[in-house]
Design a protein. Structure first.
Length: 101
């Protein structure tokens, strides 16, 4: 995981909203673009940044490209952030603070 690429991708509010949309399941680029008042080229660039950071995966089906969330990278980021706080994360994603706070 490249934390720098991940943080750069997460820094933009449109990209965060795209990830939020993908929580509901895979979407085509056109379906994603319909949610934003920006050009298709802009959405394509945002999707490219998310893909470069490995936050989304794409699959081509005919003339459409579908995008889906890659939650494993987000889990790695959460583990890293929890470690900074001195917490551990169990298999269910629950955090435990060893200090008891």
């Amino acid at each position: 995981m490249s934390l720098q690429l991940t943080m750069r991708a997460l820094a933009d509010p449109i990209r965060r909203e795209i990830l939020d949309l993908l929580r509901g399941g895979r979407l085509s680029a056109g379906e994603i673009g319909a949610h934003f008042p920006v050009t298709a080229a802009s959405i394509s660039r945002h999707l490219s940044v998310l893909k470069e950071a490995d936050l989304v995966r794409d699959t081509r089906e005919g003339k459409y490209i579908y995008y889906e969330l890659n939650a494993s990278v987000l889990e790695e980021v959460l583990l890293w952030l929890a470690g900074l706080k001195g917490e551990t994360v169990d298999e269910k994603g629950d955090t435990n603070d060893p200090r008891g706070t």
